[in-house]
Design a protein around this ligand. Sequence first.
Ligand SMILES: [Ca+2]
Length: 130
Amino acid sequence: MTIPPISACNAGSYGANCASTCPCVEANTQICAATDGACTCKPGWEGVDCTVDVDECLTVSSPANAFCVNTDGSFVFMCNHGYVKSADGTCSGKSCCRRPHAKCTLQCDHNICCNACQFFSNIKHMLLYS
Ligand SMILES: [Ca+2]
């Protein structure tokens, strides 16, 4: 029995005469070892067949005014309510929320900004103006 060189198996097969089918999910896999079919997963995936999403939010720290959202194979940071993403990717308060005691106006994206505005201590008071 001759074991073919590693490069001899087509993607998705391994072992003697490349007769075995890799158990890895191809879309989530970097390498299926031609010798034993062991899967090396792409970043964001784990498990013997690369079908388990890594929850990056358990280990990464969110930037200021943002929170982590786990996604399949990846993750994203979203701005907290009342904050918007700047060109540099950071989350900063909307202009109407930066001014102490600012009255919510139509320029202030509805209640999202108003409800999250740090400068309003009394939500009921805020809602009267929204
Ligand atoms: Ca993930």
